[in-house]
Write a protein that binds this ligand. Sequence first.
Ligand code: 8YV
Length: 311
Amino acid sequence: MASKTDILMIDPMPESFNEQLGTPFRLHQFTSVETLGTLAERIEGVTTGGGSGLPRPIMDRLPNLKIISVNGVGIDKIDLDECRRRNIRLATAQGVLTEDVADMAIGLMLDVVRGISCNDRFVRAGKWSHEPVANSWTIKGKKLGIAGFGAIGKAVAKRALAFDMAVAYFSSRQQTDTPEYPFYPDLRVLAEWADVLVLCVSGGARSYHMVDQSILEALGAEGFLINVARGSVVDEAALIAALQGHTIRGAGLDVFAEEPHVPEAFYSLDNVVLQPHRASATFETRHAMGRLVFDNLAAFFQGKPLLTPVI
Ligand code: 8YV
């Protein structure tokens, strides 16, 4: 019997995935670089999440690595130049998580604008019988600015139209397939226009702290910020100051700069809704993502084209 190909899992994969993948491959859960030992030389494939990527110290320890299959769409924590230099192929789970991530963006927007989580805490604390309940704000007619107009940004736009919102976007270039949405080449101008600014950009150096104090000021005291992209896109200290000082009205955050660490300053704020990076985490989508991670690996080791290649 041919020996199985060794695959290193940086993040744990669901049990169903292990069962599938366990057939042609031998799986190893990564714990630390130090404990890799002689296994390191046998590893030919890596699976990882978009948030974890493949840190260079691990990549550098795997001399026979041939393919990285990402259980997500983010590739900001993978050194693409090094992949090309070492001829390492890269595939992502693009296409199958778009709708869920867009739903999360809309969910966070509805939650923070309508005060849903805040009022849930109010009811649970038994305050309803003796304290006045604050009003929230309406969604209808609000202006939605979307930063990053790839598949996820466009799916957010589509949903926002059902709420009678006006939609415009910022992107590195104007999109040819969506002439119905106004394009703002300057994020600050979009932030000034928008009531709600949703971040759907890719992570990495280009978008690092793209939303800083000046963009929050442009969003203004009636503005809301929603982030389903990467924590690195937002200057968290500036955001905390803006929420505390009410120089923006609220925020909905699925992602943070140092996950799973979340700055404690957020905990006591009622104008922010926090999620532990759950946008793609539904049973259905995680199953489809796992399937794609598996199918890309299987295709590669069978000498077939990758289904969703990046490199
Ligand atoms: C996942 C993500 O939560 O797609 C991405 O880049 O960050 C998320 O969809 C992550 O990949 C799962 O580990």
